[in-house]
Design a binder for this molecule. Structure first.
Ligand SMILES: Nc1nc2c(ncn2[C@@H]2O[C@H](COP(=O)(O)OP(=O)(O)OP(=O)(O)O)[C@@H](O)[C@H]2O)c(=O)[nH]1
Ligand SMILES: [Mg+2]
Length: 299
């Protein structure tokens, strides 16, 4: 007979920006919970994604990408949030990108060396390699970087490889009672995730530099049995940015609203009415008070 003693553990997902941490989290959960985009510093908070079976609970901890740039308070806060999440886990997934080892990966590596939790090095995006042979030298190099760790190559877009990785994660989950109820998928309210779905679409729609200048604050969130009314305020740093976010004839904002609304509706399983506004608040990225107000984790 199978052992029915419950198992429960924390699994942190750590790495430099843009390697696919949040994409992997969403794939593990089978739900589009965390914002993802092909721009660095998409994730700004510690995000829990909870996967439960009858006698197994895995609490994934998605984190902001650890990076070198420390110019703004926002950057320093992102790094602090990620570093605070490295400790106190049962397993750490150190995510890197196939064939793209950078000095920021070394920066992350340095932080992992002091850990006592086991580390699996996940080499993501192997679908971008031209051939399987190209992977071998990189695998070897990765293994040399962290000799004790298991190294697993995956593509977040390939279900089979994600399932294989998940099996390896499950093997490492220790015995323990569930921390969250079996139906919970995250610890934050859907109000927070709604603002993330809006910010995600903004990041995906805008040019490289602009996403960092943007925050989203939910001003109104009214929920009934079947419907949610959400008013989201988009905060930018300058007038010019406001014009870009709105777009010609409001086209950018309209597209952002349409896709974000669909994604929120899928997440909350209700009808969603979403209204968006844009406001300029210069210097918010360096204001402790505004960073806290816009939902960034407090140190
Ligand atoms: N080709 C390919 N692209 C991927 C894969 N995994 C993720 N991506 C893409 O990589 C980009 C970054 O993904 P994210 O999940 O947002 O990366 P992240 O590590 O969470 O980034 P930060 O939150 O900024 O630290 C997105 O455009 C993803 O679609 C993969 O296996 N293959
Ligand atoms: Mg992310």
């Amino acid at each position: 007979m199978a052992d029915k003693e419950p198992r429960c553990g924390y699994v942190a997902i750590i790495g430099r920006p843009n390697v696919g941490k949040s994409t992997l989290l969403n794939k593990f959960l089978g739900v589009h919970l965390a914002a993802t985009a092909n721009k660095p510093q998409t994730t700004r908070n510690r995000i829990l994604g909870i996967l439960s079976g009858t006698d197994l609970q895995i609490i994934f901890v998605d984190t902001p990408g650890i990076h070198r740039q420390q110019k703004r308070l926002l950057n320093r806060k992102l790094n602090r949030t990620a570093q605070a999440s490295i400790h106190g886990n049962d397993l750490v997934l150190f995510v890197v990108e196939a064939d793209r080892w950078s000095s920021e990966d070394d920066l992350v590596l340095g932080k992992l060396k002091e850990l006592d939790a086991p580390v699996i090095m996940v080499i993501n995006k192997i679908d971008t390699l031209e051939s399987k042979e190209a992977l071998l030298p990189f695998l070897q190099k990765a293994q040399e970087k962290l000799p004790g760790a298991e190294v697993i190559p995956v593509s977040a877009f390939d279900e089979k490889s994600v399932d294989y990785l998940l099996d390896k994660v499950i093997e490492r989950i220790p015995k323990g009672d569930f921390v969250y109820s079996q139906d919970a998928i995250t610890d934050r309210p859907m109000r927070f995730h709604s603002s993330e779905m809006v910010r995600e679409q903004l990041i995906q729609s805008l040019e490289q530099e602009l996403p960092h200048a943007i925050a989203v604050n939910i001003e109104r969130y009214e929920e009934s049995e079947t419907r949610i009314e959400i008013h989201a305020l988009i905060i930018v740093e300058r007038e010019g940015q406001k014009r870009i976010v709105i777009g010609k004839n409001g086209q950018v904002l309209k597209k952002v609203g349409t896709i974000a609304r669909k994604n929120i509706a899928r997440l909350v399983d209700k009808r969603v009415h979403l209204e968006l506004w844009v406001k300029v608040k210069s210097g918010w990225q360096d204001s402790e008070q505004m960073l806290n107000q816009f939902g960034l984790d407090q140190d």
